[in-house]
Write a protein that binds this ligand. Structure first.
Ligand SMILES: Nc1ncnc2c1ncn2[C@@H]1O[C@H](COP(=O)(O)OP(=O)(O)OP(=O)(O)O)[C@@H](O)[C@H]1O
Ligand SMILES: [Mg+2]
Length: 301
């Protein structure tokens, strides 16, 4: 089966000379839940905007369900729904009108029931008749998501959908997106809430300066990451161990937190044995996706 999205050798140089993407290859399978992570300026929005055809690429190929966006711009646009990071809504219409107009733009004339469901599921029903100008930031963000879904796309691309959305609504938003995913919609999202990506995405790509620094199944990425986090509570001060770990001491040396490479485990445990009489409590944890992210993007925990 052809993938939902195939990106080959994608490059983008903006007019001011910024090289936002420098040869990106990515493939997202049908029905996948895929996250694109990366620090500010890594090129996530540029990539998404190119796929959604609101930014033109400099070179490379993009296909959506096997169709080239160059050869089939209309058909590929119909197959996907997209929420931009920068929200732009027509201020003259109500929430419901925005959704109706958007459906009309996609040639759908009667999808009232679906619009009602979207309003309900995205907690916008009480605001349906409000002018979109009168919405709060988080409501506006949810309206852009409703808009992206109005024509029932098979591929949903969300650029930081939860930025500015409160905790409770973030949970209900994810429950809804998960349900869409279960029903067969392919989901691609970017987020700076890396724990969200770890929880939701089956596969993750990490972009760094316009290139793919890593792309793998979320579990594989965590398993292959050769570090363990530790935190030790002590009844007397102990200096931070030299050589095999990085981290720091806290509470006047009575707490040591850091990480060690799995390959240096023997050194860690023999050091631990040497201070065992002072240890009150000990935790060793698997890495979090955030740790992998920080290592790959060049910033230490
Ligand atoms: N319209 C533009 N004109 C010129 N340069 C741009 C434009 N949009 C983005 N850039 C540059 O391209 C690079 C990638 O930006 P992009 O917005 O794709 O990053 P991002 O990963 O989405 O970042 P963020 O996490 O901040 O949203 C940055 O160096 C940025 O300054
Ligand atoms: Mg962005």
């Amino acid at each position: 089966m052809t993938p939902a999205l195939t990106i080959v050798g994608l490059a983008k140089r903006y007019q001011n000379g910024a090289d936002a993407l420098q040869g990106v290859d990515l493939e997202v399978g049908r029905g996948e839940f895929f996250a694109i992570l990366g620090p500010n300026g890594a090129g996530k929005s540029t990539l998404i905007n190119i796929v959604a055809q609101v930014v033109t690429k400099s070179s490379g190929h993009v296909t959506v369900f096997g169709l080239s966006i160059d050869k089939h711009p209309q058909r590929t646009r119909m197959l996907l729904g997209f929420t931009p990071q920068e929200i732009a809504l027509d201020p003259f219409f109500s929430v419901r009108e925005v959704l109706r107009h958007h459906s009309g733009y996609y040639g759908i004339t009667d999808n009232r029931a679906w619009i009602d469901e979207l309003l309900e599921r995205l907690d916008l029903a009480p605001h349906a008749d409000k002018n979109s100008k009168a919405l709060s930031g988080g409501m506006r963000r949810r309206l852009t998501i409703a808009k992206a879904l109005a024509h029932k796309p098979r591929l949903l691309i969300l650029d930081e959908p939860t930025a500015g959305v409160d905790v409770a609504l973030r949970h209900s938003l994810w429950a809804f997106v998960r349900e869409l995913h279960r029903n067969g919609t392919t989901i691609i999202l970017t987020t700076h809430y890396i724990e969200e990506a770890q929880e939701l995405a089956e596969r993750v790509a990490i972009l760094r300066a316009g290139q793919v620094a890593a792309c793998d199944r979320t579990n594989a990425l965590l398993a292959s990451f050769g570090y363990r986090r530790f935190a030790i509570e002590l009844r007397a001060a102990v200096p931070f161990p030299a050589g095999f770990a990085s981290g720091s001491t806290e509470a006047q040396g009575r707490r040591i937190v850091g990480e060690f490479a799995v390959g240096r485990g023997q050194e860690f445990f023999s050091w631990l044995g040497g201070i065992a009489d002072k240890v009150v409590d000990l935790r060793i944890d698997q890495p979090r996706l955030e740790d992998v992210f920080l290592h790959l993007t060049g910033k230490q925990t």
